[in-house]
Each structure stands twice: as C-alpha cells, then as structure tokens.
Design a protein around this ligand. Structure first.
Ligand SMILES: C[S@@+](CC[C@H](N)C(=O)[O-])C[C@H]1O[C@@H](n2cnc3c(N)ncnc32)[C@H](O)[C@@H]1O
Length: 363
C-alpha cells in the first residue's frame, strides 16, 4: 500500500467509525450479546472458557469487538492502523475498567512482531481493506501457535451490495470523498433508520464501500484453498452460496485451526477483488451488467464531481430501498430503472428520480 493509501484508509476509518464513543462509550447490550455468541460459535469455545486464552484482535477499529472478547475474560491484544480509532478504543477500555486488554497501532501488512503464540486470532470485517489480504493472512497465521484458531469475517463476492459497489467504485475519484460526505443528507434526508438494516445500510457503510482504497471481495473456495496452502484446517461450516445473488449482503465467516507452519503469501489467491460482472446468474443480471457498463463509461468521463457523487448516492439508495427484498429480479429491475434514467440525456434525470432538487443549491 502506498503511504497515501495507508493514510487515507486510516483517516477514513478514524473519521467515520463509532464517532460517539468518547461521549457515550457504552456498547449496546444487543451488540455484546450478538458478538459473544458469534465468538463462541466460530471459535467453538464456551464463554466461561475464554479466560484461558490469549487472543489477538486485528484491524480492531474503535475496539468494540476486542472489548467484547475482554468482557468474556480473554487476555486481549488488539491492533489497528488508525490512531484515531485507537483513541476511541482506549476510551472504551477506560469506560469498562478493563485491565486484560492492550491496544497497539500496527500496519498488519507488515510482519507481525507483537507475539507468535496467540491461542486465538480474530480478523472481523477488515482484511478486505488491505492491499493484499493473503499477505495479512500469512502474518496472522504466523502470530499463532500450532493448534491455535483463526476466525475471519470478510466480504463475500456475489451479493447485490458488491454489484452496486463495483459500479460506484468504477466512477468515483478519491477527491470526491468530502463532497460525498456533504451530499449524503440530500439523498437520505431522513437518515437510515427507515431501511431497518442499521448494520448494513448506514453512513459508515457508504464510505467503507465507495471510497476505501481497497475493497477486496472473495469466495469460500478462495479462502479455503489459501488456508489449506497455509497449513490450516477448516473448523466451521460452509453455507450453500448458490442463491447469493438474492442477498443484499452476507459476510463470509470461517474458522481454521493452524496445523502446520505457513507458506509464503505469493502462492495464495485472496489478493484482489472478484469481478462482480462475470458469470451473470440470470437475464436481469445480464441486463444490469450491460447498462452498468454504459453508465461507468458515461460517468467516469464526467468532470463534474457533483454529477458523479449524485449518481453514486442514487445507486446506494437503490441498494438501501431493496435491501430487505430477497429477490434478485426485483432488485435488478429497480437498478435497471435507475440506470436507464441516469443515462437519459436530460441533466435533471437523477434529481427527478429521487426528488433531490435541493442538490442544485450546491456549487
Ligand atoms: C471496517 S473497519 C473494521 C473495524 C472493526 N474490526 C469492526 O468490525 O468494527 C476496518 C479497520 O481496518 C483497519 N485497517 C485497514 N488496513 C489496515 C492495516 N493494513 N493494518 C491494520 N489495520 C488496518 C482500519 O484502520 C479500520 O479501523
């Protein structure tokens, strides 16, 4: 990752994540319960036994999941690239009065030097943002003892979320980020609560998907094959992913046990995003791909950032409005209407679709 990519990633997450934590650091009870259960399931360990384990939480962001592990009694080492996020994490640690957790600033693309004998390693929802996730994977495996377990939650390719994301990322430029932050309110004047999907449809998610320098989606096949080449044995169940295209989003979650020492990362495959436009699963998706390709060609050559950002925010609205519909045809029909209208030569097309006339006030 270049210095620019690294510092932009750190800035984006430092600014965007869990902003209220310093004023009101309490984690919602539902969040704690959900993640305790998730860790017990994926590590296959009862909650009362976590106190026996040394856990490394990686890409810990503002520390929410690391704190849950510490509340379960584990001895936690947690690290992240973003200093701003670590300030929030330290505030959480103080709030809960914990002394079994330590936070460090660390770029996990570099070989890990904070320990090599962790019992458990967690990489919850961040490895996809590394330039080369397979290199991070090898670094994390090297931090564990033989017999240790690693849990990954990463971006699964093939859902509607990443179809939309691929279109937006092909158009937006990094310099559009601040304008994007200002324009969200015109496309979501009532906020995000109405979409009833607070984890997946929210401000943080837009910037995570559309602007973060690396957004590497993957498949179970790739992760399993990389793990096998890295001396790891599968411990968790693999879901049937044949109807993935009906889903708005599904994380790829998996646990492995380290059974042998690791190979070099360059024989591994989780190192770039999957192309969401290959192998269309239906006629509707084929139509979406053709129209999306035209829209990318059109908007990526437009010099006006307001036009680019408006188009991308409109795309996110299509996703938000269809996120609870598990029917690929309906999702792609809605997307097709939006893309056709956006390609309409009338300059008011996007604003008439979403009634965002107020946008014209922005210069
Ligand atoms: C989407 S957030 C996830 C944070 C947390 N795990 C969660 O689920 O709330 C991604 C995090 O990965 C961190 N990150 C990205 N690249 C990193 C790297 N190379 N080394 C360490 N952390 C990194 C970012 O700073 C950010 O806090």
């Amino acid at each position: 990752m270049s210095i620019n990519d690294l510092s932009f990633t750190a800035q984006l997450y430092g600014e965007g994540q869990f902003k209220y934590s310093i004023d009101d650091p309490r984690l919602p009870e539902g969040f704690i319960t959900y993640h305790k259960k998730n860790f017990c399931t994926y590590f296959s360990i009862e909650e009362s036994h976590f106190k026996k384990y040394g856990v490394l939480d990686t890409g810990c962001g503002p520390g929410k999941h690391a704190i849950v592990l510490a509340l379960m009694g584990a001895n936690v080492t947690a690290c992240d690239l973003s200093k701003d996020n670590l300030i929030k994490a330290e505030a959480l640690k103080r709030f809960y009065g914990l002394n079994n957790i330590n936070f460090y600033q660390y770029d996990l693309m570099k070989p890990f030097t904070l320990g090599d004998s962790f019992d458990l390693v967690s990489a919850h929802n961040w490895m996809q943002h590394a330039e080369t996730p397979s290199l991070v994977f090898v670094n994390l495996i090297n931090s564990m003892k033989i017999g240790g377990k690693i849990y990954l939650s990463v971006y699964l390719a093939g859902t509607f979320r990443f179809f939309i994301t691929q279109i937006a990322r092909s158009i937006l430029k990094r310099g559009d980020y601040q304008l994007g932050r200002e324009m969200v309110k015109y496309f979501f004047p009532l906020g995000f609560k109405g979409f009833n999907n607070p984890d997946d449809i929210c401000m943080e998610n837009i910037f995570d998907d559309f602007f973060v320098p690396y957004c590497n989606t993957t498949t179970y096949e790739t992760v399993l094959s990389d793990a096998e080449k890295s001396g790891c044995k599968l411990l968790s169940n693999i879901p049937d992913s044949s109807l993935l295209h009906n889903e708005d989003n599904l994380p790829l979650r998996v646990t492995f046990e380290k059974v042998a020492n690791t190979v070099a990362h360059n024989s591994l495959d989780f190192n770039k995003p999957i192309d969401e436009f290959v192998s269309p699963k239906s006629r509707e998706i084929e139509i979406s791909i053709a129209l999306a390709s035209k829209a990318i060609e059109h908007f990526s050559h437009i010099d006006n950032p307001i036009m680019r950002v408006s188009f991308a925010m409109g795309l996110y609205r299509v996703r938000a409005e269809t996120c609870n519909i598990r029917d690929s045809k309906l999702k792609h029909d809605r997307l097709r209407q939006y893309l056709e209208l956006s390609l309409d030569p009338s300059s008011k097309a996007i604003s008439s679709f979403y009634d965002t006339q107020t946008l014209h006030g922005i210069s």
